[in-house]
Design a protein around this ligand. Structure first.
Ligand code: SF4
Ligand code: SF4
Length: 471
């Protein structure tokens, strides 16, 4: 290969040497993205309105007196669809996590970064809230660029101060809702309405979250997707040549060139107008191929479609497609692989949902008291001492009684009466299990104990009963 050709190839691939928002000297390049317009932008607007309604409404929705969703990480208490999950439900949590990872792998392999562009809160808040506020206060992308270069005159100071003030207020609002997902609206309301001194930690958390959101949306921006988000970083291994991505049809577009030269030089459909680059919020040129910065926001599809409309060429030079689809000039199809992955995803959702729905209201462990064998009760009975621990996941107190299910005998709860297990709390107690001597066959006997709330059996537990060695 000639040196010249090698240099050209190196130059063509040089965009892979660094991310689009960093220049050769390693300095951040600020992105002034043009406002996108078109059918995908419209649809993304509708989806984000739906997202905002759901995001803002969820903390206020109660199911059986509990929040619909609560992720109280400090207290290790999670509520999903009104059901409380405790550390004892760890296996469900573990399964959820594993299913979640499988879900992500399958979903991304089939549909690429559809999530990033359409539902990811980072993209939605950045593009649909903060970027729009910026257009409103600082004007279009070119006006923003001019303002950034302008000296600090009254206009610049006013616009910048207003923008950052509004950004901080919006970040504060988002932080309030974010905190509501962690501690619930009731506790959040206390932080808002009661003296700061009574909820200092809560108030501090609000300020810290507001600061983080403000920092992200005012300064860090697309860097979250490019250098922080683990999902973004994993795209290289999750995507393959059949995954659906936002792609440039190089077969149709190349060789690119100015519109005036199209006929004379037999050029492709790309007129090298750079509109797709100008609207990109991550500053990349999608014509270089799939890149880790691309969040599949579809802005470049709309920009290019508008250009195609203007020059009278069919839309879709940039479109949702797979790399193989572009190479083989095939339209995007709902392939067998996509169907299979969708079916697998549905199976996962069904398994998880049934696990969540059929989860028991109480979690009990019964163990013989360590270090004790059996006790002789007169000449005809043997007893064992047990400890019981119960986690009550319901909103009501449970007066718990224990009954022997599988053999004749009786249960003597120490202290008498039922074991009281407080709502959403834990209870413990001890009891003797007394069995007639003639019913004990082995040294270790399997028995079944029923846990009752009144007459309703709420759990059935197997344990062992130690007896004397029979001759
Ligand atoms: S917007 Fe379309 S025509 Fe213009 S440079 Fe991008 S791909 Fe080419
Ligand atoms: S390349 Fe297109 S889809 Fe990807 S981030 Fe840029 S504008 Fe969005």
């Amino acid at each position: 290969m000639s040196v010249a050709k090698e240099n050209i190839e190196k130059e063509e691939e040089s965009f892979r040497d660094r991310i689009a928002t960093v220049d050769k000297s390693g300095k951040r390049k600020w992105i002034f993205a043009q406002k996108p317009k078109g059918r995908f932008t419209n649809w993304r607007n509708y989806v984000s309105w739906l997202f905002f309604i759901v995001f803002l409404a969820i903390p206020f929705i109660q199911v059986n007196g509990r929040p619909l969703l609560l992720f109280n990480i400090p207290e290790a208490k999670f509520i999903l669809f009104g059901k409380v999950f405790w550390p004892q439900d760890f296996f469900i949590f573990g399964l959820t996590m594993v299913s979640f990872v499988i879900f992500i792998v399958l979903f991304t392999a089939a549909f690429g970064r559809l999530f990033c562009g359409w539902i990811c809160p980072q993209t939605i808040f950045m593009e649909m809230v903060f970027r729009k506020i910026e257009y409103l206060i600082e004007g279009s992308a070119s006006e923003q660029r001019l303002l950034a270069k302008a000296p600090w005159n009254t206009e610049k100071i006013t616009k910048k101060t207003t923008k950052h003030l509004v950004f901080f207020i919006m970040s504060f609002v988002i932080a309030n809702f974010f905190l509501a997902y962690i501690i619930g609206v009731k506790d959040l309301w206390k932080i808002i309405t009661e003296p700061v001194s009574e909820h200092f930690i809560g108030f501090l958390s609000l300020l810290i979250f507001s600061g983080i959101f403000y920092g992200v949306y005012a300064f860090f921006r697309e860097q979250v997707c490019t250098v922080v988000c683990p999902y973004g970083r994993l795209q290289g291994v999750l995507l393959d040549r059949n995954s659906m991505i936002v792609a440039y049809d190089y077969k149709r577009g190349e060789p690119r060139g100015k519109l005036k030269d199209k006929e004379t030089l037999s050029l492709g459909d790309c007129i090298d107008c750079l509109q797709c680059v100008n609207v990109c919020p991550t500053g990349i040129d999608i014509r270089n191929g799939t890149q880790l910065e691309c969040v599949n926001c579809t802005a470049c599809i709309d920009a290019c479609d508008n250009i195609m409309d203007k020059i009278g060429r069919p839309r879709g030079l940039i479109r949702y497609a797979s790399e193989n689809g572009i190479a083989g000039r095939e339209p995007l199809r709902y392939t067998t692989r996509m169907k299979l992955y969708t079916a697998l995803l549905l199976v996962l959702v069904v398994i998880l949902s049934s696990l969540l729905i059929t989860r028991k209201d109480v979690d009990a462990t019964i163990m013989r008291t360590p270090g004790m064998l059996y006790q002789e009760r007169g000449t005809d009975s043997i007893s064992n001492l047990y400890n019981i621990k119960v986690a009550n996941k319901t909103m009501n107190e449970i007066p718990l009684t224990v009954k022997l299910e599988s053999k004749p005998g009786k249960v003597e709860i120490i202290g008498g009466g039922p074991i009281i297990v407080k709502q959403e709390g834990q209870g413990s107690g001890s009891f003797f299990l007394v069995l007639p001597r003639e019913s004990i066959r082995d040294r270790k006997n399997i028995i079944q104990l029923g846990l009752y709330r009144g007459t309703e059996r709420i759990d059935l537990i197997k344990t062992t009963f130690l007896g004397p060695v029979t001759q």
